[in-house]
Design a protein around this ligand. Structure first.
Ligand SMILES: *Cc1c(COP(=O)(O)O)cnc(C)c1O
Length: 393
């Protein structure tokens, strides 16, 4: 490989891959729970950290898992990465390791994250504070109370609000707090949270990194020093990825740039076409020049992602009718796969919130969230147009 840092697509294919003695071009699957040693002294060298080596899969000391972590670290430009059995497992280990003095969650977040912060961690007396993206002036007060971790997604679900990673990181660091960005929606192809000043990038690898709606996994990237504190939480909460899943995730990552770049292009084409449709009141997509977060998105993202949200004209009933008529878009939660999916926030991700709370967050009853897959853009647009047919313009 060339001396300078290889580009992202090259890293997707080659970073972390081990040299296999049999000549396999990619890392083999070590479907093994434990590893044997020639002597007790050799075993102790690994247990006591004097030598690197494979030991026990739940610890992550398995060659397939380590290779995956090296690839993931390279993709986020991080010193280190840990993988987990789900995105929630990654977040939980991060919160336990670095958020025990208090966590500030900014903007909308994944339902599981909000529940973990407001219910389970609250039961353990770990304070969680919530701010809308428009309430950033309130951040300092929570940092003064001693919050040790600031957490947010960008773009957020489902309104695609764009939060300024460099600005929020600057404020948090003034108070000695750490910053974690959930980079699931953007993926490392579109946004580099660590280069923008965040301390951690966290992923539901179930989405774009896995990319085929067939594996559940998570990842956390950051400095080796900060990740070291997370190690025992992952190990003893038992939230390790299975080697088979690690191998599948590694296979997916080799095509990450190709998939995400196509999804960026298709989502933009769909967004532009829907903006012109008389049955659509509003299109929320960071790549549209008149979208409120567009300037910040342009500054910190190199592509705008594969998720967009439509506000259908009329109300809830009209949106449901449109969703139920779609043929190519499947009605299913989740995103980032090769197949296009559709959900309504009011019936899925934000179902548990009161109508007032949804309104405060800018979520309406006629919102439809689309995750575009790898089908032809023209076919997806045609499907949306036939489904919107009959909605009064
Ligand atoms: C899906 C998702 C999660 C949770 O990930 P799992 O892999 O389902 O545990 C966290 N954050 C975001 C933004 C997500 O979309």
């Amino acid at each position: 490989m060339p001396n300078k840092e290889p580009g992202l697509a090259t890293r997707c294919v080659h970073a972390g891959e081990m040299q296999d003695p049999h000549g396999s071009p990619h890392t083999p699957l070590y479907q093994t729970t434990t590893f044997k040693f020639a002597s007790s002294a050799d075993l102790l060298d690994v247990v006591e950290g004097r030598k690197p080596g494979s030991l026990y899969t739940r610890y992550g000391l398995n060659p397939t898992i380590r290779a995956l972590e090296e690839k993931l670290a390279a993709l986020e430009g991080a010193e280190a990465a840990w993988v987990f059995c789900s995105g929630m497992a990654a977040e939980a280990a991060l919160f336990f390791a670095h958020g025990r003095k208090g966590i500030v969650c900014i903007g909308d977040a994944y339902g599981g994250t909000l529940e973990l912060l407001s219910s389970q961690l609250n039961d353990l007396n770990i304070p969680a504070y919530f701010l809308l993206g428009s309430e950033l002036e309130g951040l300092k007060a929570y940092l003064e109370l001693g919050a040790s971790l600031v957490f947010f997604e960008t773009p957020t679900n489902p309104t695609l609000e764009v939060l300024d990673i460099a600005r929020i990181s600057g404020i948090a660091h003034e108070y000695g707090a750490l910053v974690a960005v959930d980079n699931t929606f953007a993926s490392p192809v579109n946004q580099p949270p660590l280069a923008l000043g965040a301390d951690f990038a966290v992923h539901s690898a179930t989405k774009y990194l896995g990319g085929h709606s067939d594996i559940t996994a998570g990842a956390l990237m950051g400095s080796a020093h900060l990740l070291a504190t997370v190690w025992n939480w992952r190990k003893n909460l038992g939230s390790m990825i299975a080697p088979e899943t690690a191998s599948l995730l590694m296979r997916s990552l080799r095509t990450l740039t190709v998939r995400v770049e196509r999804q960026n292009a298709t989502a933009l084409a769909v967004a532009q076409s829907m903006q012109r449709h008389p049955g659509v009141a509003r299109v929320l997509y960071p790549g549209l020049p008149d979208f409120p977060g567009h300037a910040t998105a342009k500054a910190q993202m190199s592509g705008f992602g594969g998720v967009l949200t439509l506000e259908v004209k009329g109300g809830y009933e009209d949106a449901v009718r449109m969703v139920d008529r779609l043929k190519l878009f499947a009605i299913a939660p989740s995103l980032g796969g090769v197949e296009s999916l559709v959900t309504m926030p009011v019936t899925t991700t934000h179902h548990g919130l009161s109508a007032e709370e949804r309104a405060r967050r800018g979520i309406s009853d006629s919102m439809v969230r689309l995750s575009v897959g790898l089908e032809d853009a023209a076919d997806l647009i045609e499907d949306l147009e036939q489904a919107l047919g009959g909605i009064p313009g």
